[in-house]
Design a protein around this ligand. Structure first.
Ligand code: AHN
Ligand code: ZN
Length: 328
């Protein structure tokens, strides 16, 4: 009788040991896959966002814009192998001549296999969607609309510098994305958004520039961010959308990256896709319930650092790093 109890106990112990091992074995492949990518530090990304908004609105032709360009150049210089400032003059919807600068940091510029990561670094000259009409001609901080994407890319650059991926990477910070025609204002026919990306697409920073694909970040800092398959991204580069959204799903971010098609946005990726030979997707926060199609702070004075969520920055940064380190 006692022997039977001892045998049963021993048997149960063996079963427990085996199921434990099995459990660990089942988990390991995912851990091993992810171990390739370095950690993404959300506090650091947030600090990179705040450093930009601390300059104030980064509207082309302003002092804050000029100071921020210097900051971004020096930040990228710490991490990248090369940094190029691409200066251009663009005419805005109202005839204003904008002095623009696209800022481009490269890792391993000699490699042919490469990916381009982008975001716009300027902020909008007017809060034309602010609920208070008195605020609508004030410039915005653009913490989400501009600085969030750049913050994620600066932290990504910091990680790439510490652990080199197999492929080359270009970080292209577009200027003058957000100087488009304000709501209710009449302007001549023309393409008034994405002035910096239009320039870069037609005048790449190196001759015969090519990349395997591109990823644009726009508004990646809201607490309730949801990213779907934006229409133009899907038309030009559905395979890249699938790659990125699958990576997010593997990391457990399926609630933020939802594999569902949604309507077109005229963003920097539109000009890259139509005017250059690089195929680029847009990771952009679209909202069906806010009334504008974008998050509630969009083009309002509320688009400030108080509405930036570290967790969203982290989800986007970890997904990006995963995708980059998967490329061989
Ligand atoms: C349109 O509203 C057509 N495009 C806006 C793209 C944008 C503005 N992204 C951020 N700010
Ligand atoms: Zn905007």
């Amino acid at each position: 009788m006692r022997k039977a109890v001892i045998y049963t106990g021993f048997f149960l112990l063996l079963v427990m040991l085996f199921t434990q091992c099995d459990h660990k074995k089942g988990k390991k492949p995912v851990e091993r896959e992810y171990a390739e990518a370095p950690a993404f530090d959300a506090d650091s990304a947030f600090a990179f966002v705040k450093a930009q908004t601390d300059f104030g609105p980064r509207v082309p032709n302003s002092e804050a814009h000029e100071q921020c360009a210097k900051y971004l150049q020096s930040a990228l210089s710490q991490f990248c192998d090369t940094v190029v400032l691409q200066k251009f003059t663009a005419t805005a919807y109202n005839g204003t001549k904008l002095q623009g600068t696209n800022i481009i940091g490269s890792f391993a510029p000699e490699k042919t296999r490469r990916v381009v990561l982008s975001s716009h670094w300027d902020s909008r000259h007017v809060a034309d969607h602010d609920p208070d009409p008195a605020n609508r001609n004030h410039p915005i901080d653009g913490a989400n609309d501009g600085a969030s994407g750049v913050g994620v890319l600066l932290e990504t650059a910091r990680q790439l510098a510490q652990k080199r991926p197999d492929i080359g990477v270009d970080i292209v910070l577009f200027d003058a994305e957000d100087y488009g025609t304000p709501e209710g204002v009449h302007s001549p026919e023309g393409e008034w958004w994405g002035l910096g990306s239009q320039y870069w697409a037609e005048h790449p920073h190196v001759a015969d520039y090519r990349a395997d694909y591109g990823i644009l970040l726009d508004m990646v800092g809201d607490a309730n961010a949801k990213f779907r398959y934006e229409h133009f991204s899907s038309e030009y580069a559905q395979d890249i959308l699938t790659k990125v959204w699958s990576a997010a799903a593997k990391l457990g971010f399926g609630k933020t990256f939802v594999a569902e098609r949604t309507h077109p946005i005229t963003d920097d990726h539109y000009y890259v896709n139509t005017l250059s030979n690089v195929r680029m997707i847009d990771i952009i926060h679209q909202d069906d319930y806010s009334g504008t199609g974008f998050p509630p702070t969009w083009h309002t004075l509320n688009d400030n650092i108080d509405h930036i969520d570290k967790n969203t920055l982290s989800i986007v940064g970890k997904t990006l790093l995963y995708v980059i380190y998967e490329e061989k």
